[in-house]
Design a protein around this ligand. Structure first.
Ligand SMILES: Nc1ncnc2c1ncn2[C@@H]1O[C@H](COP(=O)(O)OP(=O)(O)OP(=O)(O)O)[C@@H](O)[C@H]1O
Ligand SMILES: [Mg+2]
Length: 311
């Protein structure tokens, strides 16, 4: 039986009267990656801060690596890795010195043990060639790898990443995720927040958060499959205007503009000819119209639209 690295039940946090986290529940089995997704202000960072033992919950419970966040926050802080968007590295230290410094902070007191661990991480993170480089000279993508290495220098079994890939180019994000995967393969469990939907496909479990609540919790494929109706991809010169026009249409379950494309969900394929006819009649030049599989971004847009309509 696999046990859970993290187990959260009805966890809640208020700031004054404002409910930032509202009865959130999920589990992260050992060695798995959970992606916590949601728009700005959804409550992701607040959830992470409670799980890291940095913020006391108002109600509910959370267990991290066998410790209760409310009762044993200090035990949790020692045993987890945490990388926030505003991770701090010492710019005037060399890469290996930064790692050594964090190892000392985490209480690895023997210099020989610190060196062993620093060498190991330089290897794992692929940053050996930079060991003597001043940290301030590194590009964003390499700094990020150094920051991750610092966050796991003490060999934590649980890693929290809060927008760790923000501001890094797509290629570097991909190789960063390869590294996260490797870590999960070594038995480290991961909770990662991100605004990039393409990253969610790397996760074993997706928890979508909206206005403090979990609105979807499943594997990425399941979340896509759970979406009702048929998704149509439309290419037209005026996607925004076409979406506006279609909001009047009662066969349209939801719609979203993604760059120059318009994505529209209808109940079934029978609704498609009518939809096309109405767009033609209204004078929208339709260059392409086809049924596609929903992406996580489509699923997320649909779920949030449903939540908005219900609230
Ligand atoms: N210390 C605080 N005092 C008052 N309100 C707070 C505090 N911390 C967070 N909030 C509010 O709680 C809500 C959730 O914030 P949180 O930072 O958890 O969101 P988030 O999902 O991480 O957003 P983002 O994607 O922008 O990082 C926001 O409305 C925020 O303004
Ligand atoms: Mg945040």
């Amino acid at each position: 039986m696999t046990s859970n690295a993290v187990s959260v039940k009805e966890l809640s946090k208020k700031f004054g009267k404002f409910v930032a986290v509202d009865k959130v529940s999920f589990d992260i089995p050992e060695g798995e990656i959970l992606g916590l997704l949601g728009p700005n202000g959804a409550g992701k960072t607040t959830t992470i801060r409670m799980l890291c033992g940095l913020l006391k919950p108002d109600s509910g419970s959370a267990n991290v690596l066998g410790y209760d966040v409310a009762k044993n926050p200090e035990e949790i802080k020692k045993r987890i890795g945490y990388m926030s968007q505003k991770f701090s590295l010492y710019n005037d230290l060399r890469v290996a010195e930064n790692l050594d410094f964090y190892a000392a902070i985490y209480g690895i007191s023997q210099a020989s043990e610190r060196k062993k661990r620093v060498d190991e991480l330089l290897e794992i993170a692929g940053i050996k060639d930079f060991r003597r480089e001043l940290t301030k000279n590194l590009s964003g993508a390499w700094r990020q790898r150094v920051a991750l290495s610092c966050a796991i220098i003490h060999d934590p079994k649980m890693l929290f990443l809060d927008e760790a890939t923000a501001g890094v180019d797509p290629l570097a994000r991909r190789s960063f995720w390869d590294l996260i995967y490797q870590l999960a393969g070594r038995g480290i469990s991961v909770l990662a927040t991100t605004h990039y939907m393409d990253e969610a496909d790397y996760c074993n479990i997706i928890a979508m958060m909206y206005q403090g609540k979990i609105v979807a919790l499943a594997g990425p494929d399941e979340i896509k499959e759970q979406q009702p109706g048929v998704l149509i991809h439309i290419e037209t010169d005026k996607p925004v205007e076409a979406q506006e026009f279609l909001t009047e249409d009662n066969t349209v379950i939801n719609s979203s503009v993604q760059g120059v494309q318009l994505h529209v969900t209808v109940p079934d394929e029978q609704a498609i000819p009518n939809l096309r006819a109405r767009l033609d009649q209204a004078g929208f030049a339709v260059h392409a119209l086809e049924v596609i599989q929903p992406s996580l971004e489509d699923a997320f847009t649909a779920i949030v639209q449903r939540e908005r309509e219900e609230s």
